[in-house]
Design a protein around this ligand. Structure first.
Ligand SMILES: [Zn+2]
Length: 441
């Protein structure tokens, strides 16, 4: 292969997110499975027992549409579930209920620092069980926990519009911020409620896709996403330099080795033998229904961030904290508006919220601002008022005044103490000292 042509990385992201609904997608079992005793949250539906019928949960469907709308997607007026067949021990039915050719949302985009990244689709499916590799009675075994089986899972797929590892990281982080902001998932990678996959290939012709595509799985942090893509780009470059074409395959990210490793050769859609789920009728949405869902979406983080900067001059480091947490951001937005109405320094308010000096669950924004105003009033700084108190102290303690005038300057502390007592502890002690020194001269 000629060296003259520069190889351009072409990257697409596939992100799986568990929705934080109370119950699973097609049954009433609790969906929150983290740290729960294995196989304690199952029923015939999510265990795939014969005869069990799935009933889709409306909330999960609405939340998926909210995700689609937040990513500027078109919402399907008609959508359906399909069966995706493959054999794996964590999939008790032998198929996963997913969406194939009629996803809920498609054709959207996200804005990034380097332009638009198109969103191919957003669809809803069910999560699988989880394999646990453990030693039981001294023997290495693989156990299956079905608590996760049937948890609502949304897949967000981007077009291969990404051209660097850093850009992929930016988009994944932005997606997490959006999903947390609209409150549909905690996107906690350590708990596995957000999982990243990247498709990577290299091409010398920016207008043509490569003939192969390598999928990297097992990525559970943004840092690993960046490193895995960087490593994969370098690996493919080496293969191409030798005049070979990289294999179409799935590779896993090996954290310890800091390398991607071949896992299996990739299935095509035909291998999954998709067909419409016969137990669930297609879903039909009216324009009005979609518009009603649109109204439930809060302003996007970017827009809120822009407003916080332009209207209140919020510090950048404060914004970074606020953007990662929907509750905190919402609280800050309301508190800052209240602070402005009552002439309180926005920086003081933002600082308190960001540094967790407020319990946002028990203190309303109005209460916070009121208490801050009370506190700011608490110190008496008015000189006329303080001077009057100082004179009163001097009148009441003529001996102390005489001592001071005789050179025992330390006795001023007694006078300051008296003023503090008169003011109920609210006087500005520094000012009181200065005023007393002046009056005693
Ligand atoms: Zn169940």
């Amino acid at each position: 292969m000629k060296k003259s042509k520069k190889l351009i990385p072409t990257i697409g992201l596939e992100t799986h997110v568990e929705l934080s609904t109370k119950s699973k997608m097609f049954c009433g079992c609790p969906a929150d499975h983290f740290g729960v005793k294995p196989n304690s949250q199952t029923c015939p539906v999510c265990l795939g027992l014969p005869g069990a019928l799935p009933v889709p949960q409306k909330k999960a469907v609405v939340w998926t549409i909210m995700i689609g709308l937040s990513l500027n997607c078109k919402i399907a007026r008609r959508s359906k579930f399909d069966r995706k067949h493959y054999f794996y021990p964590d999939l008790p039915k032998g198929y996963q209920i997913s969406q194939y050719d009629e996803p809920l949302c498609s054709g959207g985009y996200m804005l990034t620092s380097q332009g638009r990244i198109r969103i191919t689709r957003v669809h809803l499916e069910e999560d699988t069980g989880k394999l646990l590799h453990q030693k039981v009675n001294g023997r290495r075994m693989t156990l299956v926990d079905f608590n996760r089986s049937g948890v609502p899972l949304v897949e967000v797929v981007t077009e291969p519009d990404i051209h660097s590892a850093a850009q992929a990281k930016e988009i994944a982080q932005k997606l997490r911020d959006i999903l947390r902001h609209i409150g549909v998932s905690d996107c906690d990678m350590e708990k596995g409620s957000m999982r990243l996959e990247a498709n990577v290939s290299l091409t010398s012709d920016p207008h043509k896709l490569a003939k192969y595509k390598v999928e990297i799985k097992n990525i559970n942090s943004f840092r690993f996403l960046e490193r895995a893509i960087e490593d994969e780009i370098a690996r493919q470059e080496n293969v191409l330099k030798k005049g070979q074409i990289p294999k179409q395959e799935t590779r896993g990210w090996d954290e310890k080795q800091g390398k991607t490793r071949s896992q299996r050769y990739k299935e095509s859609a035909a291998d999954y033998r998709y067909f419409p789920e016969p137990d669930i009728p297609p879903m039909i949405f009216s324009k009005q229904e979609v518009e009603k869902i649109r109204k439930r979406i809060p302003e996007m983080p970017d827009i809120v961030a822009g407003k916080l900067i332009s209207e209140y001059g919020i510090k950048k480091q404060y914004l970074q904290v606020l953007m990662g947490e929907a509750d905190l951001l919402e609280y800050a937005k309301d508190s800052l508006a209240e602070a402005r109405n009552r002439n309180l320094d926005p920086d003081l308010v933002a600082g308190m919220i960001v540094n967790r000096k407020v319990d946002i669950k028990s203190t309303s924004p109005k209460e916070l601002i009121s208490s801050l105003i009370e506190k700011s009033k608490a110190v008496i700084g008015d000189e006329t008022e303080l001077l009057a108190l100082a004179k009163r102290a001097m009148q009441e303690l003529p001996k102390v005044v005489a001592d001071y005038k005789a050179g025992k300057t330390a006795s001023i502390a007694v006078l300051i103490g008296k003023v503090m007592k008169f003011s109920g502890g609210k006087a500005d002690a520094g000012k009181v000292r200065r005023l007393l020194e002046k009056a005693l001269r």
